[in-house]
Design a protein around this ligand. Structure first.
Ligand code: NAG
Ligand code: NAG
Ligand code: NAG
Ligand code: NAG
Ligand code: NAG
Ligand code: NAG
Length: 447
């Protein structure tokens, strides 16, 4: 069943790509040579433009970082329609937010020029040495994850796409068929991997469609995910990756989609769970943060408790779903342990360096300082329908909120560009090891 979905999505992806055979061989070779020459020049010239902290970046993940790989496939997890990308003018649509994603900001901060890496689905061979984005909305570590939303590329397939990219680069004249030279290049690149949100949102906590919650307790499920994750990171290592940035899963129990479900008890519902899921493009989920009121659930319910100094959100929102958050905390702890193990001496990935992004920690910090960053709406999507704008996610041509930089959430599942920018800045330059461990991405790139 899965194999059918996989082969279909590969066919569509091939159809969407420019076939190498249709490009003149010489043109292709020249283009690649120029791209790589530019890349090397940027690395070696100390004057003029500042040297990029990393010459290249490859991205693996879900809709939090997908930049258009799902555009050509049959899936509800697509974002190539307005108002998605309403604040993004630098290229084609397909991002699950109003503007840039976190990895868009990160590649810019790393000094890549042009700052954005293309989606693999439409990348030209000449683009590949500088980086590509393999991420796919609705995808997860488990192959079955996200099947409820249609086609997508699970992590294992994203890694296979990277394998094909490495093959194409290895043949390129720019590396003169020299595998050592290619390996040296890849060893300097940043490999961003952010996976797992959908393994909870569009698998474990969707018992009507998946049986994982019956088969595994939260601990065993996290172990299952991390086992698959470790294997894929090892595969990337085998293909030449050395500098990894591995993002933990955010507090899905606090996203508007879950808040809306929490608060559905006494109020008429705009849409049933089934409706919101089947229309939901999101799939990516797992944006973010602990809402600032989440540590104190006593103020929730029935429209707020007067006398509470904290602003009480409308609809009685405020408390997060701790069942979901505690399952994710188990996963994040295991992921951090895995990063430590891989970084340890005698670790399985000799010479690799992994950085762990603690999304929950960064999100909690952001929420605590929300006002200082100009955020005033913490529990509703900027675009969406129903309670918390989270019951049905942002629909085609729907009018979003005007003050997008005041919202943490763009839609039922995903953070706004304003949040993505802060989160990238933390990853790149935070000196707090609770947020980025054991070093920040700037230091990783400089190694
Ligand atoms: C690279 O070259 C090898 C040997 O000529 C060939 O088999 C392979 O298909 C090529 N790979 C790509 C991605 O062009
Ligand atoms: C391949 O590249 C490496 C590093 O740039 C260099 O030392 C080596 O001589 C090259 N090998 C060949 C066969 O060109
Ligand atoms: C929290 O989420 C779980 C899983 O979806 C659900 O079973 C539970 O009812 C939710 N808790 C509340 C209080 O809504
Ligand atoms: C939660 O809020 C209530 C009411 O404002 C307060 O009495 C209580 O101390 C708070 N608890 C925590 C853990 O902050
Ligand atoms: C990264 O971390 C180091 C060490 O904590 C710190 O000195 C530096 O300011 C941080 N930010 C950047 C951009 O390097
Ligand atoms: C970390 O950075 C903050 C500002 O971003 C600075 O105030 C603080 O002194 C830094 N701490 C260390 C240990 O470098």
């Amino acid at each position: 069943m899965h194999a059918v979905a996989v082969s279909r999505s590969i066919e569509v992806a091939r159809g969407g790509r420019r076939s190498p055979e249709t490009m003149g061989y010489d043109g292709r070779r020249l283009a690649l040579a120029l791209a790589v020459a530019a890349c090397w020049a940027a690395e070696s010239i100390a004057w003029g433009a500042p040297r990029p902290a990393a010459p290249c970046m490859y991205v693996f993940g879900d809709s939090l970082v997908d930049n258009g790989n799902n555009n050509g496939i049959l899936s509800l997890a697509r974002a190539n329609y307005r108002p998605y990308g309403i604040d993004f003018r630098e290229g084609p649509p397909g991002r699950f937010t109003n503007g840039r994603t976190m990895v868009d900001f990160l590649s810019d901060m790393l000094g890549l020029r042009p700052p954005l890496v293309p989606p693999y689905a439409t990348a030209r061979p000449a683009d590949l040495p500088r980086g590509a984005n393999f991420a796919s909305g609705a995808s997860g570590i488990l192959a079955e994850t996200g099947n409820n939303l249609g086609g997508h590329y699970p992590l294992s397939e994203q890694v296979e796409h990277f394998r094909a990219a490495v093959g194409a680069m290895g043949n390129a004249s720019a590396f003169r068929g020299n595998a050592t030279r290619l390996a040296e290049h890849l060893g300097r690149c940043i490999f961003f991997v952010g996976m797992g949100s959908n393994d909870y949102l569009n698998n474990y906590f969707m018992p009507g469609y998946y049986d994982t919650a019956q088969r595994y307790g939260p601990r065993d499920y996290a172990a299952l995910l991390l086992q698959g994750y470790a294997a894929q990171l090892a595969a990337l290592y085998g293909l030449g990756a050395r500098k990894f940035v591995v993002a933990g899963v955010g507090q899905i129990g606090c996203i508007p989609y879950e808040l809306a479900r929490m608060n559905s008890d006494n109020q008429p519902s705009v849409g049933s769970e089934d409706i919101s899921i089947s229309i939901g493009i999101g799939g990516g989920g797992g944006g973010v943060w602990s809402s600032p009121t989440s540590s104190n659930t006593s103020g929730s319910g029935g429209g707020g408790v007067s006398g509470n100094a904290k602003p009480t959100p409308p609809d009685g929102a405020g408390a997060c779903n701790e069942t979901i958050n505690s399952a994710i905390a188990i996963y994040n702890r295991g992921l951090l342990a895995m990063v430590k193990r891989f970084n340890g001496r005698g670790g399985q990935l000799r010479g690799a360096r992994l950085v762990f992004l603690d999304t929950v920690q960064s999100g909690t910090d952001l929420a605590a300082n929300a006002a200082a960053h100009g955020f005033t709406v913490l529990d509703r999507g900027c675009c969406g329908v129903g309670r918390n704008n989270g019951q049905i996610t942002c629909l085609p041509l729907q009018r979003p909120c005007d003050d997008r930089s005041a919202y943490l959430f763009w839609d039922a599942f995903h953070p706004t560009e304003a949040v993505n920018r802060i989160y990238a800045a933390k990853a790149f330059g935070s000196n707090n090891t609770a947020e980025v461990y054991p070093i920040n991405v700037s230091q990783l790139a400089a190694l």
